[in-house]
Design a binder for this molecule. Structure first.
Ligand code: FES
Length: 282
C-alpha cells in the first residue's frame, strides 16, 4: 500500500497532488489487473466447454474452478463432464436462449458478489475506476457535492456479509475438487493439474477466512475478550483471522490470479494445446 508523505492540504483538480512517490502505480495496476480478469473470465464463462479434463463416470478428473460446482450439465459438450457429476441433472429448459448453456453462469454470480463487495476491492476499484480520489491526498474527479456513498447505488455493498456464506461453501466445494484431481477413474495419482487445483482452495481459503466480515462473525461482537470461555475462544479466532486479514490485499490478488490461471490450465489441457504431466500416463 502506498504511503503518502505528509500533505498539509488537499490539492484541487483531478490527479493534482503534492506527493513525491509513484502514487499512480497502484490504481493503474488495479485497473489493468481487474480489467484483464473481467475480460478473461467473461470470455471463459461464455465458452461453456473445455472446463474439465479426465472427468468420466468414475471418480476423479480436473474441473475448472470457474465452473464448479456443476449445478447443471449440458451433455455432449467438448471438454465437458458427464451427467453423473451434475448436482441437479441435465441442462434445464427454462434457460434463456440468448445465453450459452454454460455451467459457469449459474455459479459465477456468488464469487463475483463476494469480491465486488470486499472491503479491500472497494477501496481498490473506487480509486482505479472512479478516481474519487485515485489515491490519498490526490485530487479527485468532480463528484456530487453530497457524499451518498454506500447508502446510494452502492447499498449493494451491505450484501458482503451474506455473500460470505456462499464464499465459505465454495471453499469446501473447491477442496473436494482438489481431492478429485488426485484421482483418475478412481486411481490415485498426481498431475500438474492436481497441484494447480490444490493450491487454488488454499489461496481462496486464506483470502476468504481473512475477510473482515468473517472476523466479525467468529471473533467480534464482544466487549471483553477474557471474561469467559466463549469470549476467549472468540479472541483466539480473532487473532488467527487477523493474521490472514493483515495480508488480505495480497491474498485477494493471488487467489484471483490463481483462479484465472487454473481455468487457463484446465482449458489448455482439455483442448490438447498442452500436455498434463501426471502419473496416470495419459
Ligand atoms: S473484506 Fe475482503 S473478503 Fe470480506
Amino acid at each position: 500500500m502506498a504511503t503518502a508523505t505528509a500533505i498539509s492540504r488537499h490539492s484541487k483538480g483531478f490527479a493534482l497532488n503534492e506527493r513525491t512517490d509513484n502514487w499512480w502505480v497502484g490504481p493503474l495496476a488495479v485497473l489493468g489487473g481487474l480489467l484483464a480478469f473481467i475480460i478473461y473470465s467473461t470470455w471463459a464463462a461464455f465458452q461453456g466447454n473445455h472446463y474439465s479434463v479426465g472427468m468420466s463416470e468414475g471418480f476423479g478428473g480436473y474441473l475448472s474452478p470457474m465452473y464448479s460446482p456443476l449445478v447443471y450439465i449440458m451433455e455432449g459438450v467438448e471438454g465437458g463432464a458427464p451427467l453423473s457429476h451434475s448436482l441437479l441433472g441435465t441442462w434445464p429448459d427454462w434457460w434463456p436462449s440468448f445465453l450459452p448453456a454454460s455451467p459457469a453462469f449459474i455459479i459465477l454470480g456468488f464469487p463475483v458478489l463476494f469480491r465486488f463487495t470486499c472491503y479491500y476491492y472497494r477501496k481498490a476499484y473506487y480509486r482505479a475506476f472512479t478516481g474519487t480520489p485515485p489515491a490519498c491526498a490526490v485530487g479527485s474527479l468532480p463528484r456530487r457535492s453530497r457524499y451518498v456513498g454506500e447508502t446510494g447505488l452502492m447499498v449493494i455493498q451491505n450484501l458482503h456479509r451474506y455473500a460470505l456464506y456462499f464464499a465459505v461453501a465454495l471453499i469446501f466445494i473447491l477442496s473436494y475438487d482438489a481431492v478429485l484431481s488426485f484421482f483418475r477413474d478412481g486411481v490415485l495419482g498426481v498431475g500438474v493439474g492436481s497441484i494447480v487445483l490444490l493450491i487454488n482452495p488454499i489461496l481462496l481459503g486464506s483470502y476468504t477466512f481473512g475477510c473482515h466480515s468473517f472476523r466479525h462473525l467468529m471473533g467480534g461482537r464482544r466487549d471483553c475478550f477474557s471474561c469467559d470461555v466463549r469470549a476467549k475462544v472468540a479472541h483466539g479466532n480473532w487473532k488467527w483471522i487477523t493474521k490472514l486479514n493483515e495480508n488480505h490485499q495480497l491474498l485477494a490478488w493471488c487467489s484471483l490470479i490463481w483462479v484465472g490461471g487454473a481455468d487457463v490450465y484446465v482449458r489448455l489441457v482439455s483442448m490438447g494445446v498442452i500436455t498434463d504431466l501426471n502419473t496416470w500416463g495419459i
